[in-house]
Design a protein around this ligand. Structure first.
Ligand code: ASP
Ligand code: MG
Length: 408
């Protein structure tokens, strides 16, 4: 007998038919004697629909009220799932985030979980109930409803698994695990049986959308055993492991991530003297804009160029800040930018013990005539910025070059 926290995403509960299917799955585990906490998302499309309603009323919807509203999507799913379980003679009870007191800070629309009061859930589990909890939401100290950011139900699942010390947190979704890359881009992409936590963290932060980044961070912090599986087919999914198994044959590269979420900005002809990076990026940071990649070119004649990337949504805002506050101040020649870029990254813990991965990556891209605009590396990843129109080609040729379609 084990204790599982299972999370079912929006597609998995996208219709009453599908909710009945989830109930059947849950009932099967229940019949085997396992204890279960089930976290669900809103029915697919519902959160977007609700957000659109808000924008019909208020151009820039009030964040507190937005949370009051979007949290209802999950409230519908939990009640429906509890009912579906009852029809299968499974004792079930649903709770919203605030009812189980998932306490968060007050950063509406992207709140962070501070603590979870597990007493009530435990009492229900001990009384033989399946406890169904609304994902994506919590409550702050003042009693206001908060939400955890898009995709936040994953984080609810992992946080509950951590607080309740579950044996495993199972994320049921519309894909049957973590793939070497998105199968919609590379048909030969392969499901991984395991991926290390560090690799998963990189993949999630570099654009793989299967798990919300924060849920992976949470799993790392509390050492939650996390597995990604399909709601629709049987299978073992992908287990996120904490130790690199020394006996396991380790691929050098485990996966390729990509995203189109960034934009590039270049400040041309800035004086090449100490403090210039701070003068440019200080005001950007003050505006709460995250900067990802940064390069400063080698200077000549006392001048240099400085480029960095930000989220695409912050592109215009950042250009304005630079043109108004920084360019006149530091006497830069011009501020240019482009948002038609994409970032492609290869990820793998095997890079630690293998040389030449970067040069191989650059050669493969060069052979396809793909120009690299920026490069960033860490111990286990290499990212390049390329023109958006070459993104899929880059992913395909790299997937092939690193033999990712072949099982070990
Ligand atoms: N319903 C929320 C969203 O669409 C949370 C989730 O699905 O994880 O972002
Ligand atoms: Mg999701």
């Amino acid at each position: 007998m084990a204790f599982y926290v299972q999370k079912y995403g929006g597609t998995s509960v996208g219709s009453t038919e599908r909710i009945k299917n989830v109930a059947k799955k849950v009932a099967k585990f229940y019949a085997q004697g396992h204890q279960l906490v089930v976290v669900v998302s809103a029915m697919s499309g519902e959160t977007n629909r609700l957000i659109a309603l808000a924008h019909d009323i208020q151009e820039n919807p009030d964040a507190r009220e937005l949370d009051v509203m979007v949290s209802t999507g999950e409230q519908v799913s939990i009640a429906l799932l509890a009912m579906a379980l009852m029809t299968l003679n499974v004792k079930a009870k649903s709770y919203t985030g605030s009812q189980v007191r998932i306490l968060t800070d007050s950063t509406h629309t992207k709140a962070r979980i501070l603590s979870i009061d597990e007493a009530r859930i435990r009492a229900d589990l001990d009384a033989g109930f399946v406890v169904v909890v609304a994902g994506f939401q919590g409550v702050d100290e003042k009693g206001s409803i908060t939400t955890l950011g898009r995709g936040g139900s994953d984080t609810t699942g992992v946080a509950l698994a951590a607080a309740l010390k579950a044996d495993e947190c199972q994320i049921y979704t519309d894909v049957d695990g973590i793939y070497t890359t998105d199968p919609r881009v590379v048909a030969e992409a392969r499901r991984l049986n395991t991926i290390t936590f560090e690799e998963m963290l990189e993949m999630a932060s570099l654009g793989s959308k299967v798990l919300q980044l924060r849920s992976v961070e949470f799993a790392g912090k509390y050492k939650v055993k996390l597995r990604v599986l399909s709601s629709f087919e049987e299978g073992q999914g992908t287990l996120i492991t904490f130790e690199e198994d020394e006996n396991m044959e380790q691929a050098v590269i485990s996966g390729i991530a990509f995203n189109r979420d960034e934009a590039k900005i270049t400040v041309l002809g800035v004086p090449d003297h100490p403090g210039i990076a701070y003068q440019i990026l200080g005001p950007v940071a003050d505006a709460n804009i995250d900067v990802d990649m940064i390069i400063q070119n080698v200077g000549h004649d006392g001048l240099t160029d400085f480029s960095f990337t930000v989220h695409r949504n912050e592109f215009k805002n950042t250009i304005n800040i630079l043109k108004e506050k920084i360019q006149p101040h530091i006497g830069a020649r011009d501020v240019l930018g482009g948002d038609r870029i994409a970032k492609v990254s290869v990820v793998g813990v095997g890079m630690r013990s293998h040389a030449g991965i970067a040069s191989k990556m650059f050669r493969v891209l060069a052979e396809e005539g793909i120009n690299i605009q920026m490069i960033a590396t860490s111990e286990i990843k290499i990212s390049v910025v390329v023109d958006e129109k070459y993104m899929e080609l880059a992913v395909r040729v790299l997937h092939k070059a690193f033999d990712l379609e072949q099982a070990l």
